[in-house]
Each structure stands twice: as structure tokens, then as C-alpha cells.
Design a protein around this ligand. Structure first.
Ligand SMILES: [Zn+2]
Ligand SMILES: [Zn+2]
Ligand SMILES: [Zn+2]
Ligand SMILES: [Zn+2]
Ligand SMILES: [Zn+2]
Ligand SMILES: [Zn+2]
Length: 458
């Protein structure tokens, strides 16, 4: 019955459409009037859609009694938010319209969520948290920059750089490259926590100067100069030596040296300034005044056995009765600071020398004789007397000479010409006595006879 009804309705619909088509054709060809539908919802037939089921919209036109229907699609659920369930595995959501509830497993994210303390994973639907734990830090692994060090969670990669970074803790440092006078050194500091390093430049060291040499000797008034060399880099530097000033006099700068073992103990026996002026040239004296030391040395050698007969004869001729005791070679030399010794054959002024007389020749052969000594200077074959003076004790001889070379020492004894006052007294007394006796003899014996003669003559 229902099927027939449908068929019938379909037939009516076809007819009405055909009518409309024909009507249109009629309108063109003089036409008939058409229904202006006024649709009204058929509330008895219509049905509202639900979340899951479609609804129906039924309408009819009052004017022509035509009806029509259209389906209203299902509304679909109006799900609320997913909410985690207490089972820790699932979450549920509920439709706000029909209150239907759906349950599903959490959708775990692959990435870690994190804050300063912890890391965890999250359900992308309901936000439930899983595997929440504090960050894990490896105390041996540090991230660092020039100033600070920090750590990274080995699980989630969380970095404490922005929250807990600390300044490096530098140790006291090690010299990793020593500085020299030519190249700077390097000192390396290490962070005792993370092992970071930083370096510091060590400045150049001072040069390592050697002991230095006096390259310009200072004088009393002029400064000198020392030259130093760095034993590392070879750099050369000079340093002034202050002028000596007048702290030392030329006399103080003179050293008189008599050779030990000099024959007859020969020695220079004069004032230092006399010796100095005698031996030094003007130029040398200026240097000595400028502070250069000088040494004057006297060497006396007994050459008696080597002079030869000829010279001995010459001297003996000059010396006459005097006996030659010995021949001496006297050598004088001067040694100025840093110069080699120079022999001095002559001095500008005579210098006094002393000779010690051996005991064997100090005394004369008789007490009534006196011993005299003479010194001859021998120049070629000429023997010339030199002024010499015997000391009061008769043990040494001082001679003055300005020529150094070969000398001869002679001596001879002479009778003492001394006059004894007692002898004079005895003589006078003797003479007076003799005179008195003579007078008496004359008066007593000679005079009376002469008077007799006179008487006879007269
Ligand atoms: Zn209608
Ligand atoms: Zn629903
Ligand atoms: Zn969830
Ligand atoms: Zn972490
Ligand atoms: Zn560090
Ligand atoms: Zn150097």
C-alpha cells in the first residue's frame, strides 16, 4: 500500500513537472498562470537531526498542495576537551550535546618538555605528563665559553647556560712558555671545574748581562765606560763609570817595588814624588794624575864574575889604590796600568838608592884607619864617581844617580887624621916642662960661661 502511494506520488510529481513544461510552452504561445509557492514546514513530518542521525525537513504549499522533503545531515558530536583518566594510559572526552563519552590512549609526544628542574613528555591531546624527572647532569661534561661553564641534561638536552652558568674557577696558572729577553712567555690558567684554559702573556725578561769590561778607563776628571753583553741575545750595552775624583794622589798611585834578592839589598830610598817625577814622562804623569796606577821596580844583580878583565882594569885605573869589591847591574823599570813594563835607563832627576854593606867590608883593617867607599858608574869604558854617603852606623851607603846600568863599589882605608885634645895637653905640658928645664940649664951652666967670654972679649 505504501509502495503504491510512493509510486502514485512519483507519478503526480512527473505530471506536475510536465505541466510546468507545457505551461512554459503555453506561456510562450499565449500561456497559463503558474503557482507562486508558499512553503510551510510540515512539523508533523519533519524531524530534527541529532549528533549521529540525519533529520528531515518536510514542507508543503498551501496554494497548490505540493509537498517537498529534504534531508538534514547529522550534526556530529560536539566533543569537549580530552581529559586524562586516572589510569595513566587513557584520556576521554564527552559530547556536550548528547553526552556520549569516548575513551582513547594518550598520544605521547616524542619531544621532551622541560623547565629549570625537570623534564617530561606530554600527551598532545590532553596535556597529561609522563616520565617526569629531575634533569640528569654528568659532572665530567661541561659546556663553556670564555667566561663561564654550564651543563646540559644528558636526557633532554636542557642547558643551564641561562640559569645556572658559573664563572670559571682559575687555578694559579703554569708557565707554559718561559719568557726570555727576546720573546714573551705564556702563562696558562686552567678552570678547576671544567678544564677550560686561558693564557696570559709574560713580559720580556731583563737581559742577562755578563760581568762587563772596562772599555774606557775613567780618569780623575773624565768618566769612563764599561761595556756589557747579554749572554742570551748578545745585545751590547754600555754603562758610565764615574770619574775617579781626587781620592788618590799620584804618590798613592805609585808602587815602589824592590826585587827580593837584590844584590846588597839594593833599594829605592827616595821620596815617592821624586821617584815619580824622575821616571814618568809628562804624558805618563798626566795619566797617573788621571788615576792610572804605576809600579816602579828596581832590580840589582851582582855581575862581578861576568864583567871581564878589561873592564876590571879600566875601573882599577880610575880607582887607583882603592879595592874593587863588586860590580853591580842596576835596572829600573816602570809599569803603567795595562801597559807592559818599560826599562828606565835614565831619570830626569837623580834618585837616591841604598846599598847595604856586607859585614866583611864594613870595618877598616886597623883601628887607626878609616874605611872609605866609592861608587863608580860605568859608561862604556868610562868610570865616573857617583855621590855616595855612608850612614852613621857605617852599615849602608846611600847614592844618588840618574843613570841606571853597570856600577862598581870600591873601598880603601886611610889613616885617621883625627886630633886628640888630651894629646895636645900632654904635648903642651911636655913642651913647657922641656922649656923650663932648658931655661934652667941655660941659666945655670951656659949663661955664666958666656958672661965670662963677654968679660974676656970686652
Ligand atoms: Zn504551491
Ligand atoms: Zn553527541
Ligand atoms: Zn591524553
Ligand atoms: Zn632533562
Ligand atoms: Zn670552567
Ligand atoms: Zn738579552
Amino acid at each position: 500500500m505504501k509502495r503504491y502511494l510512493s509510486l502514485f506520488l512519483a507519478l503526480i510529481l512527473c505530471l506536475s513537472l510536465l505541466t510546468v513544461a507545457l505551461g512554459d510552452g503555453d506561456e510562450e504561445s499565449g500561456g497559463q498562470s503558474e503557482c507562486q509557492h508558499e512553503w510551510k514546514v510540515d512539523t508533523t513530518k519533519s524531524k530534527a537531526a541529532t549528533c549521529e542521525s540525519p533529520g528531515l525537513k518536510a514542507e508543503y504549499c498551501d496554494k497548490c498542495q505540493i509537498t517537498r522533503e529534504s534531508e538534514i545531515p547529522a550534526l556530529g558530536h560536539s566533543w569537549g576537551k580530552w581529559m586524562a583518566n586516572s589510569d595513566g594510559e587513557t584520556h576521554s572526552h564527552t559530547c556536550g550535546v548528547c553526552k556520549k563519552t569516548d575513551k582513547a590512549n594518550h598520544v605521547k609526544g616524542e619531544t621532551w618538555e622541560k623547565d629549570e628542574e625537570n623534564h617530561w613528555k606530554k600527551c598532545s591531546e590532553c596535556g597529561a605528563e609522563f616520565e617526569k624527572a629531575a634533569h640528569t647532569f654528568d659532572k665530567t661534561k661541561w659546556e663553556k665559553d670564555n667566561a663561564k661553564h654550564w651543563q646540559v641534561c644528558t636526557v633532554c638536552g636542557y642547558s643551564t647556560k641561562d640559569t645556572k652558568a658559573e664563572n670559571h674557577k682559575w687555578d694559579s696558572g703554569k708557565v707554559t712558555k718561559a719568557a726570555t729577553c727576546v720573546t714573551q712567555g705564556v702563562k696558562t690558567y686552567t678552570c678547576t671545574v671544567c678544564g677550560a684554559t686561558k693564557t696570559e702573556t709574560i713580559p720580556l725578561t731583563e737581559h742577562s748581562w755578563d760581568g762587563g769590561k772596562t772599555t774606557i778607563a775613567p780618569t780623575i776628571t773624565e768618566k769612563g765606560e764599561s761595556t756589557f753583553k747579554c749572554i742570551v741575545c748578545g745585545k751590547v750595552a754600555t754603562r758610565e763609570i764615574a770619574p775617579l775624583g781626587l781620592s788618590m794622589t799620584p804618590e798613592e798611585l805609585l808602587t815602589v817595588q824592590n826585587m827580593t834578592g837584590n844584590a846588597l839589598g839594593g833599594r829605592l830610598d827616595d821620596e815617592k814624588w821624586v821617584i815619580l817625577q824622575g821616571v814618568a814622562t809628562e804624558e805618563e804623569y798626566a795619566r797617573i794624575q788621571g788615576g792610572w796606577p804605576i809600579t816602579v821596580t828596581l832590580k840589582v844583580t851582582d855581575i862581578t864574575n861576568t864583567v871581564g878583565e878589561e873592564l876590571t882594569e879600566e875601573v882599577q885605573n880610575a880607582a887607583g889604590k882603592q879595592k874593587i869589591y863588586c860590580f853591580l847591574k842596576m835596572e829600573l823599570s816602570k809599569e803603567l796600568y795595562q801597559d807592559p813594563p818599560i826599562p828606565v835607563t835614565g831619570t830626569t832627576e837623580p834618585i837616591i838608592l841604598s846599598l847595604t854593606l856586607p859585614e866583611e867590608i864594613q870595618e877598616a883593617t886597623s883601628k887607626r884607619k878609616e874605611r872609605g867607599f866609592t861608587v863608580y858608574r860605568i859608561d862604556g869604558d868610562q868610570a865616573e864617581k857617583v855621590a855616595a854617603q855612608l850612614s852613621e852606623d857605617g852599615q849602608s851607603l846611600r847614592l844618588q844617580t840618574n843613570t841606571f846600568g853597570t856600577y862598581a863599589l870600591t873601598y880603601h882605608d886611610t889613616s885617621t887624621g883625627s886630633f886628640d885634645p888630651m894629646l895636645l895637653l900632654y904635648g903642651a905640658v911636655g913642651l913647657v916642662t922641656l922649656g923650663g928645664i932648658g931655661f934652667l940649664v941655660y941659666k945655670l951652666f951656659i949663661a955664666p960661661r958666656r958672661e965670662g967670654y963677654n968679660e974676656d972679649d970686652e
